[in-house]
Design a protein around this ligand. Structure first.
Ligand code: OSB
Ligand code: MG
Length: 369
């Protein structure tokens, strides 16, 4: 396949409600869409890096620069782009996995549209709908948190994940557990905000029968996660620490996690995500698909990934309405707690021209030479 151009589209899309984590508050998504143009087809992908380098080191402007200056020229200069070798072709750039994932996925989408095959089929998906949870940000008050959780349960979500940080942990978790009972699938996500001085609260959380504690410590500190995992009965899940199949196998072997959150952007794409899925399956570790408040473009691909067999826990793939008033694709709608896996070619959804026009801030076309 010959690649003719790569386009970058910068969008700003307001969120229906602000989203607060231990690393900050998002009121809008700053979305970088990547479009791959071949003679036969166009493919789309969403770069999930956020506007500031506060979740991982990547950020939107950095991703655009790396794509423009390094990744796109490498692929545009090739006579024949092989979708199974893009990871290898782009390996000369160190890191920048969200940027690489977006380029690889856009080209893969174009290739699959040419071939008439869905991404789910290409990846080896085995289900036609995926179980959905919802990630609830740090709230202004316990009352506000309880009413948000009640609303999400009303919508049908199958698992509630509470964002926590030191000072917002025991009290909100106890309040939600007390209000919604022992059967609620409830987990917490600390986004690396704990250390030895706040370890005590994590141990106290053990009494609330949580499904998992996600990424309490900094990404590099595998050992701290292993020590915590050996002290509590609650499962430890890694998010920020997981960047490749190799480092996943190592983290599991060290006892640092018994559940893995796979985010395709964070690990460099859907092919590496599939390898992580396979490693975890072989090591008896269940996985679920994390989210980055994606539009329908990123969500469609995530839902395809989550159709693989070892995605046995509810995913952070919520319906479009949980994030946006108007999505940029046909909206994803929750049915009894599940989203349908798209069956059309590629990611299986289309970018709506009017929504693109509504939200687009700037765009550029990158060609060979
Ligand atoms: O840690 O899972 C996270 C959003 C931005 C950055 C990090 C995270 C998240 C979420 C959002 O939890 C989940 C979703 O997309 O619904
Ligand atoms: Mg997380």
């Amino acid at each position: 396949m010959k690649l003719e151009a790569i386009e970058l589209h910068h969008l700003t899309i307001p969120l229906v409600s602000k989203f607060t984590t231990s690393f900050g508050t998002q009121h809008a998504r700053s979305v970088l869409l990547v479009k791959a143009v071949t003679s036969q087809a166009e493919g789309w992908a969403e770069c999930v890096s956020i506007i500031d380098p506060v979740y991982t080191s990547e950020h939107v402007d950095g991703a655009a620069l790396v794509i423009r200056q390094y990744l796109a020229p490498k692929l545009l200069g090739q006579e024949n782009v092989d979708v199974n070798r893009i990871g290898h072709d782009l390996a000369f750039v160190v890191g920048h996995r969200m940027a690489k994932a977006a380029v690889e996925t856009a080209v893969l989408d174009a290739f699959l549209r040419e071939s008439g095959m869905s991404l789910a089929t290409f990846l080896g998906g085995t289900r036609d709908e995926v179980a959905c949870g919802v990630s609830v940000g740090i709230a202004d008050s316990i009352d506000s948190l309880l009413s948000q959780v009640a609303g999400h349960l009303e919508s049908g979500y199958l698992r509630i994940k509470l964002k926590i940080r030191p000072g917002w942990d025991i009290e909100p978790v106890r309040a939600v557990r007390d209000a919604f009972g022992p059967h609620l699938l409830l987990s917490v996500d600390a986004n690396t905000s704990y250390d030895a001085s706040t370890l005590r609260s994590l141990i106290e959380l053990d009494e609330f029968d949580l499904l998992m504690i996600e990424q309490p410590f900094i990404a590099e500190d595998i050992d701290a996660h292993a020590r915590l995992a050996s002290r509590i009965k609650t499962a430890v899940c890694l998010d920020e620490s997981i960047v490749s199949a190799a480092n996943t196998a190592s983290a599991i072997a060290h006892g640092a996690c018994s559940i893995v959150n796979i985010k395709p952007g964070r690990v460099g794409g859907y092919l590496e995500s599939r390898r992580i899925h396979d490693v975890c399956a072989a090591m008896g570790v269940p996985v679920w698909c994390g989210g980055m408040l994606e539009t329908g473009v990123g969500r469609a691909a995530n839902v395809a990934l989550a159709s693989l067999p070892n995605f046995t826990l509810p995913n952070d793939t919520s319906a479009s309405a949980r994030y946006f008033e108007t999505d940029i694709t046909e909206p994803f709608e929750l049915r009894d707690g599940y989203l349908r896996v798209p069956t059309g070619p590629g990611i299986g959804v289309e970018v709506a021209a009017d929504a693109l026009a509504l939200y687009e801030v700037s765009s550029e076309i990158i060609t060979a030479d």
